[in-house]
Ligand binder design. Structure first.
Ligand SMILES: [Zn+2]
Ligand SMILES: [Zn+2]
Length: 662
């Protein structure tokens, strides 16, 4: 009698399927292995959740083949997947496919050139810790030795030596025979950073990011599983690294938005790390100069142990920040104000370097007809097309649509077409005009996408073959050079008034981060921020390097308006090609939710039920419903949606704890 595999599949349906195990696979199939099974007329991979003797289901199909020669998920990771599926409202199969992506399978070709791993730690390059660093490291080590779960939040000003604390804590974990996961935003995973880590820990390290090939990913994953490597440095999904004896998870730049996954399951890596650490009796260290409001609040309420580093290493000063009011300037000075220009002149005269920052978001030049005010928009998306000077094209940054620049307006035939808004190219032009002698480089999405461009610009700047570097978010991280003494923010307002409750928090974090690039050495430094809203509390607090005062004001707003951390939030996004169907579906769901709320006297708020801030992307109309309330009540409310019959062609996405609601 052949045995039966209970298989969980990566489909939205939360029920396992039964397959008989053919004689030839009996020994290979075990709990936790992945198998290939027939489903409809395809073959898909699923997880063996259990093996049973008999089934009540007639005519079951056979397991086709076995993918892994050992279980792909251990007990802890299986528990983590269950937690993911509950918390983020997806099926267990969908959660498991986030834990072990389906691309992770043995390649057809067998790799024989197994790399030699050089274990061991290079203690010779370990700098002496300051008193504060030592105190924090001791506290972490204490918990590591106790084999107990604990979460630490480190708030340390830029340049205060947080990284050294992470590295020492990882050393301690390794010394205890445990493994470590070091999470960074994808953008910080530069070759420079990896080489710093490698010089400290040798080849004991795996690196995990989206640019790895499928084969590289599988080999790295397998090395971690076999214990051939003990440290995984990587972006979001490396939180699922299959280490058997996990000791520590570090989350650097804890406030970063990229730690939230936007596709199903829509998890936040911080929450996954905390849950995983609880299951493994491990320690979590979260660090940032500007912790997310939620995390700082949780630390205030005793959920995390808070440590603060108020000083930069070697008593270097945080750079003074000047705020320039753009309202008082004439139009011709609006890109670069006098104080901005003067600071640059001084910097260049001293043969030092400058970083000029523009926010990527909402900061792009667009084309407008001066006669009839027509703004060129994307046909597929309700956003303006962005003017690209280099290629002389209008480009949609959401769907990639491109078109040549028109000669005249199709509405009114006027040829008075003008470019509005400032982009990095415009700033570059302006700086070149003002500083013809300076060597100027630009690093943004356009230039960085070219092969080796990032590396070349980085090396040039590092070798001081470049005086002024203009860039977007990319330059806010990792560009720590001793000769950078001036940082200029061209316009701080671009993300201040986005229709999103996190706009102020994001602006404060970004200004703090960018300012932190200045004055990392004894040369000192200064920062100029240009804005039309000089009195905004986020900018005033950033100027004073005062996280606490920003936190106090912002947390009061959140409390007053009932936003996270004072409630849970779910963004229900409905998309479809027919506007009418999408709006009808939104109505149906809203009614169902309101009915449930009334019947159960539930403490939830049903908001929105309107078109999203960006109404259309890639030809799909977007509507949203925003739910507020306690997390567990919200999950119950979402269950009601199953009862709704919806028009066809409408896709629903649930974003649990959304990072933005645009
Ligand atoms: Zn016109
Ligand atoms: Zn588009």
């Amino acid at each position: 009698m052949s045995k039966i595999a209970v298989v969980v599949l990566p489909i939205p349906l939360n029920k396992p399927f039964h397959y008989s195990i053919p004689e030839s696979l009996q020994s290979a199939v075990s709990k936790g292995t992945r198998v290939l099974v027939p489903f409809g007329n395809r073959k898909i991979s699923g997880y063996v959740a259990d093996i049973i003797e008999t089934t009540y289901i007639a005519n079951i199909k056979e397991v086709y083949s076995v993918i892994d020669d050992a279980p792909a998920v251990d007990k802890n990771l299986f528990e983590l997947a269950k937690w993911l599926s509950t918390k983020y409202v997806c099926s267990l199969g969908e959660a498991l496919s986030a834990v072990v992506p389906s691309v992770l399978k043995p390649p057809k070709r067998i790799f024989n050139n197994k790399p030699e791993h050089r274990f061991g730690i290079n203690k010779s390059i370990r700098p002496t810790l300051t008193q504060t660093q030592q105190t924090i490291t001791d506290a972490i080590t204490h918990e590591l030795k106790n084999h107990k779960y604990e979460a630490f939040l480190l708030r340390g000003v830029t340049g205060s030596g947080k990284t050294e604390i992470y590295l020492c804590a990882i050393e301690e974990a390794l010394a205890l025979g445990k493994s470590a996961i070091f999470l960074l935003p994808e953008i910080s995973l530069t070759p420079q950073f990896i080489s710093i880590i490698k010089s400290r820990f040798g080849d004991n390290i795996g690196v995990w990011h989206s640019k790895l090939s499928v084969g590289e990913k599988y080999r790295t994953w397998l090395s971690a599983k076999k214990g051939e490597i003990k440290i995984m440095v990587g972006a979001r999904s490396s939180v699922f690294t299959p280490f058997e004896k996990l000791g520590i998870i570090v989350i650097d730049e804890e406030h970063e938005q990229s730690y939230k996954q936007d596709k199903k399951p829509t998890y936040h890596v911080r929450e996954v790390a905390l849950e995983r650490a609880k299951l493994s009796n491990a320690v979590v260290i979260m660090g940032s100069a500007t912790p997310s409001l939620e995390s700082y609040w949780r630390a205030q309420n005793g959920e995390f142990r808070l440590f603060e580093l108020h000083e930069r290493i070697d008593n270097k000063q945080l750079p003074p920040i000047t705020i320039v009011d753009l309202n008082c300037l004439s139009a011709k000075h609006k890109i670069i104000s006098e104080p901005f220009k003067n600071a640059l002149i001084k910097t260049l005269a001293r043969r030092e370097q400058a970083v000029i920052f523009l926010n990527r978001r909402g900061f792009s030049p667009w084309l407008m007809c001066q006669a009839c005010q027509k703004v060129w928009q994307c046909h597929n998306c309700s956003v303006s097309l962005v003017y690209h000077k280099d290629s002389q094209e209008l480009v949609c940054h959401y769907c990639g649509h491109r078109q040549p620049i028109p000669d005249k307006c199709p509405n009114c035939s006027s040829d008075h077409l003008s470019i509005f808004g400032i982009g990095t190219q415009k700033v570059e032009e302006e700086l070149k005009k003002n500083f013809p002698q300076a060597r100027i480089a630009r690093l943004d999405r356009d230039t960085a996408s070219k092969k080796d461009a990032y590396k070349n610009i980085y090396e040039n700047f590092k070798n001081e073959d470049c005086d002024i570097l203009i860039g977007t978010q990319i330059v806010a991280k990792g560009f720590d050079f001793p000769r950078v003494t001036f940082v200029g923010v061209v316009d701080a307002d671009t993300c201040l008034y986005l229709p999103d409750f996190r706009s102020a928090e994001r602006t404060f974090a970004l200004m703090t981060q960018v300012s932190g690039r200045a004055g990392r050495s004894s040369l000192g430094g200064e920062v100029v921020i240009q804005t039309k809203h000089p009195q905004h509390y986020a900018l005033v607090a950033a100027k004073q390097h005062d996280y606490k005062s920003f936190y106090e004001q912002e947390i009061n707003f959140r409390k007053e308006l009932n936003y996270p951390p004072f409630c849970g939030l779910v963004n229900i996004l409905l998309r479809g090609k027919k506007a009418e169907n999408v709006s009808k579906a939104t109505d149906t769901i809203t009614q169902e939710l309101l009915k449930w709320k009334k019947e159960n006297n539930a403490a939830i708020e049903v908001l929105g039920s309107t078109p999203a801030a960006i109404e259309k992307i890639k030809g799909m109309f977007r509507w949203q419903i925003l739910l507020k309330g306690k997390a567990d009540i919200l999950i119950n409310a979402l269950m009601q949606m199953k009862n709704c019959s919806l028009p066809s062609g409408v896709i629903i996405t649930l974003d649990i704890d959304p990072q933005d609601v645009l």
